[in-house]
Design a protein around this ligand. Structure first.
Ligand code: FES
Length: 219
């Protein structure tokens, strides 16, 4: 059954991953982020845009369009938008109404990741993007889960945060890979940093979990 997400609170004033950069290689990409239908695209100059997924003319979904020289062309009557959301071409007329535009979201491409800011654009500070340079570093190998596609989880997204913050389940759910009994013998340390919650559990002088044992050649 689909999750009811209509009234969820979202952390909007933060950078959120919208896509892997390579997902924009094949034209416009439709994605729903925080209940907002978004179209992501890369223009012919290589710039990335994130626009509301609704043409300002007759409301057609923009992912049905295509990237042309001037920007993203609506697939219905051919209006073209640039990455700022401004309409730059109206077929058959020279005048472009100044209010012909769609909402554009702040967007940054970094470390092979497309980051989007869904909140107040004035607060979209690029220095707040987490340093995940390893993802885009040739000296490291990145294994993208689910074939590089989003992994649908049919639940309130807060359950996913809960799952990752409370790793006491590793002992039981992941006993054959990244969990073992030793985890439960050590307390968890919770810290509230500026805009981050950090959970740490140091497991000392115990046999490693099966996966870590093999990875580190400890067993
Ligand atoms: S609905 Fe997009 S150009 Fe008409």
């Amino acid at each position: 059954m689909a999750a009811d997400t209509a009234n969820l609170p979202f952390v909007k004033n933060a950078w959120t991953i919208a896509a892997w950069a390579e997902e924009l290689d094949n034209g416009p990409l439709a994605r729903t982020i925080m209940n907002q239908p978004i179209v992501l695209f890369r223009d012919t100059a290589g710039n990335v845009g994130a626009l509301e997924d609704r043409c300002c003319h007759r409301g057609a979904p923009l992912p049905h369009g295509k990237v042309v020289e001037q920007g993203l062309q609506c697939g219905y009557h051919g209006l073209v938008y640039d990455t700022t959301g401004a309409c730059v071409t109206v077929p058959g007329q020279k005048n472009i109404p100044p209010d012909a535009r769609v909402t554009a979201y702040p967007i940054v491409e970094r470390h092979q990741i497309i980051w989007i800011w869904m909140g107040d654009p004035a607060r979209a500070d690029e220095s707040l993007i987490p340093d995940w340079h390893w993802v885009g570093d040739d000296g490291w190998r990145t294994v993208k889960g689910n074939g590089g596609k989003p992994l649908p989880v049919a639940c309130n997204y807060q359950f996913v945060s809960d799952n990752l913050l409370d790793i006491s389940h590793l002992t039981y759910v992941h006993a054959s890979s990244i969990g073992n009994d030793a985890i439960m013998d050590f307390p968890i340390k919770a810290e509230r940093l500026n805009s981050v919650i950090k959970m740490t559990r140091m497991v000392m002088d115990r046999p490693p979990a099966p996966f870590w044992g093999r990875a580190g050649k400890f067993v």
